[in-house]
Design a protein around this ligand. Structure first.
Ligand SMILES: C[S@@+](CC[C@H](N)C(=O)[O-])C[C@H]1O[C@@H](n2cnc3c(N)ncnc32)[C@H](O)[C@@H]1O
Length: 349
């Protein structure tokens, strides 16, 4: 017999148009999924779910310290979004879940680092030349950057660095949480390191990491603007013995303060002993691809820098600035993340 509901209920007519690459539905669910991925990462659920054996609910609850209702909601949403599969009451990550976990650094960057910025986008887009720093969590930008490094850049970096001569002292400009500097000092146990970052939250995180890795005796950290540091008397003596200068994902900031060529000249003067410079950065997309071919990260990176009035360059602009600043590029490689390249350079003879 026909029920009252089935008598009243009418299906919406199906659209005959093909669904576009994105729609209100996919944007909304994508936003939910992005926040879910970040929660999985922060609560240790990605790690717990990626063990070789699927796990029961109570094991996951214990390992992640989630409340029963909290874990239930996280898992149910994960199953709905095809991030998690459940078989015989045991949970594991799907291929989509694995991919999200691999890319988690971009979500840490977007939600943890720029969450407040994205939420206030409308106001920020209306204010010319405002100070955007209060809307950015520097420690999360640094953590996200390091997670991307660990997941996608390390092997490429190792290969690029393999041919470099030994160095006694390395300086990392815009060192973030010092993850890369720590790696380098561990790999070269007789080397010392200097990390410089303008952001107090990033330096606080860097200090913790350096201490946790028992490297306080070999790595010194300075919270200051790189462009001031290279001219300040008190930092200059710490920089004088540096033989290798690295700078990851930060040159675009410096190149908006002073002309790129002048920045390179300044850095060369500040490090008189340095023969080798290894720089990497993310560039603007050569042209905007079709919506269904957009890579992860690039659009968000371009959006926040556009609103901040920070111009993003092309790899060619950098190569030109390096050349004019007296550095010759020995090697340029794609560096794991979209539109990101690493340059290994030596001082022109
Ligand atoms: C995207 S993060 C990259 C962090 C780290 N290099 C990495 O790759 O993991 C950029 C870092 O550069 C720092 N930074 C930006 N402008 C700076 C400046 N003028 N002087 C020193 N640090 C700066 C930021 O605070 C931030 O920690």
């Amino acid at each position: 017999m026909e029920s009252a509901v089935s008598r009243l209920y009418r299906e919406a007519p199906a659209s005959s148009l093909p669904e576009p690459a994105h729609s209100a539905r996919t944007f909304f669910n994508g936003y939910v999924g992005a926040n879910l991925a970040r929660a999985y990462s922060q609560r240790g659920l990605f790690d717990a779910l990626s063990a070789s054996e699927p796990k029961a609910f109570d094991v996951l609850a214990r390992e992640t310290s989630c409340s029963e209702s909290g874990l239930e909601a996280l898992l149910r949403t994960g199953v709905a979004l095809d991030i998690v599969r459940v078989e015989n009451g045991r949970y594991s990550l799907t291929q989509v879940g694995d991919e999200l976990r691999h890319n988690i650094g971009f979500f840490t960057w977007a939600i943890g680092g720029y969450g407040a910025f994205f939420r206030d986008l409308s106001n920020l887009a209306g204010s010319e030349g405002g100070d955007h720093r209060a809307f950015i969590d520097g420690s999360m930008v640094a953590l996200g950057s390091d997670q991307v490094n660990q997941a996608m850049m390390r092997t490429i970096y190792d290969e690029a660095m393999a041919g470099l001569p030994q160095f006694a002292c390395v300086a990392d400009l815009g060192c973030g949480n010092a993850g890369r500097l720590i790696d380098l000092c561990k790999r070269f146990p007789r080397s010392t390191g200097v990390g410089i970052d303008i952001n107090a939250q990033a330096i606080a995180l860097a200090k913790k990491n350096v201490e946790a890795n028992q490297l306080s005796g070999r790595i010194t950290l300075h919270r200051t603007n790189v462009l001031d540091a290279v001219e300040a008397e008190e930092v200059r003596h710490a920089l004088a013995p540096v033989e290798l200068v690295t700078c990851f994902m930060m040159l675009h900031d410096l190149f908006n303060v002073e002309a790129p060529e002048m920045v390179i000249r300044k850095l060369r003067r500040a490090f008189p002993q340095a023969r080798c410079f290894v720089f990497a950065d993310t560039f603007r997309m050569p042209m905007h691809p079709q919506p269904d071919e957009l890579p992860i990260f690039s659009l968000g990176f371009e959006l926040v820098h556009g609103v901040m009035g920070i111009r993003l360059h092309t790899p060619n602009d950098y190569v030109e600035a390096f050349r004019k600043g007296g550095l010759s590029v020995k090697e340029m490689r794609h560096f794991g993340a979209p539109n990101t390249y690493i340059f290994v350079m030596e001082v022109q003879s």
